[in-house]
Ligand binder design. Structure first.
Ligand code: DNO
Length: 350
């Protein structure tokens, strides 16, 4: 297992120097944030990113993410040109030594929360989601009212996208995913990059938009679309753990045995109602995700890919990018490292 940490590039308030001081972290998960969605990622830009990370004594290990253009998901005529550009971006990643690409197939929105600073009893704050609060959001104003949402859509753009997806529906979104994978899996395979599809977060439809990567059956279907080792998943315990029907240790055991978990995002959530949850600190007892059993399943299955702590709370007065401060994620990294080491020691002694 390679312990990694997400870094949002030179504009990130968390520095590579700080990340390097977290014991056990050797890999960086990053991306080019200034390339418009759909355009090809140039090798030179990735070389600069990789060189900066190298200079800090770390390694660019995972790209998270190259966003997938909505036209690809919607199956529009421009998709084949966009897919070819995506394939070229994968080749650029490979050229700088990146071996894992994390991406998602969520329509319009990536991860979604309704509260970016829910106060927890210990004085920390965490990201939270509540379906009722979501339904109260007035999308006729565009995305401006959504907490922390990065991609801004005007009211008209958003309305057009929502009606296009309503017409498309979940089954044709699956067809779009199949078409995409049929084209990019061979490219990834040829250049030694493993694709790691991230589950939808949260794993259910929001705002009437279909969401299809929601649990074990969906992952199984993804793997079968193009049944090749390069076609794999990101095992994100926080996204999957928001749906109580997902048995995470069982899923980890199953998909690691198939050799298709190419990246692990490990964090914890507390489910507090129907489609209602908040994030917590990483340890198993802090939320509903049994990370101890998940890591044991990964370890038993011979998982050797990158793993990262995921969203952290804001603690010790820190402020910063929601979910991506330094302190709580560093604690998460140490927890994951400790669990992993303990499992190894248990093995050696037992
Ligand atoms: C949120 C992240 C996601 C993830 C993408 C992968 O913090 O886990 O935004 O990067 O969904 O494509």
């Amino acid at each position: 297992m390679e312990l990694t940490f997400r870094w949002f590039g030179p504009a990130d308030r968390v520095s590579l120097g700080q990340i390097r001081q977290i014991p056990g972290v050797s890999g960086i998960v990053s991306a080019l944030s200034d390339v418009p969605v759909g355009e090809t990622w140039r090798r030179e830009a990735l070389e600069r990113l990789a060189a900066e990370i190298d200079r800090a004594g770390l390694r660019l290990s995972v790209i998270e993410s190259i966003p997938v253009h909505e036209d690809i998901k919607l199956g529009r005529p421009s998709r084949d040109r966009l897919i070819e550009q995506y394939a070229e971006s994968i080749r650029s990643c490979s050229a700088v030594g990146v071996r894992v690409l994390c991406y998602n197939f969520m329509p319009v929105f990536d991860w979604m929360r309704t509260d970016l600073a829910l106060a927890l009893p210990d004085g920390s704050t965490a990201l939270a989601f509540d379906d009722q609060a979501l339904n109260a959001i007035d999308l006729s104003q565009g995305t401006g009212m959504l907490p922390g949402w990065a991609t801004a859509y005007s009211a008209a753009e958003l309305a057009a996208l929502r009606s296009a997806y309503a017409e498309l529906g979940a089954e044709r979104l699956w067809e779009s995913l199949a078409h995409f994978l049929e084209h990019i899996v061979p490219v990834a395979e040829q250049c030694g990059v493993r694709l790691a599809l991230h589950p939808d977060d949260p794993p259910w439809p929001i705002f009437g938009l279909p969401r299809i990567i929601t649990g074990a059956a969906a992952f199984e279907r993804v793997l079968a679309l193009v049944d090749r080792p390069a076609n794999g998943i990101t095992f994100c315990t926080g996204s999957l753990g928001a749906a109580p029907e997902n048995d995470l240790p069982a899923m980890a055991r199953h998909f690691v045995s198939r050799g298709r978990i190419h990246f692990a995002h490990c964090r914890n959530v507390r489910v507090t109602g129907h489609h209602r949850f908040h994030e917590t600190s990483h340890p198993s007892g802090a939320g509903d995700v049994d990370l101890t059993s998940v890591l044991a399943a990964l370890r038993d299955g011979g998982f050797s890919g990158p793993m990262r702590p995921d969203h952290g709370r804001m603690i010790w007065g820190e402020s910063g990018r929601p979910g991506y401060g330094l302190y709580d994620r560093a604690l998460g990294a140490m927890y994951l490292k400790g669990l992993w080491e303990g499992l190894a020691t248990g093995e050696a002694h037992g």
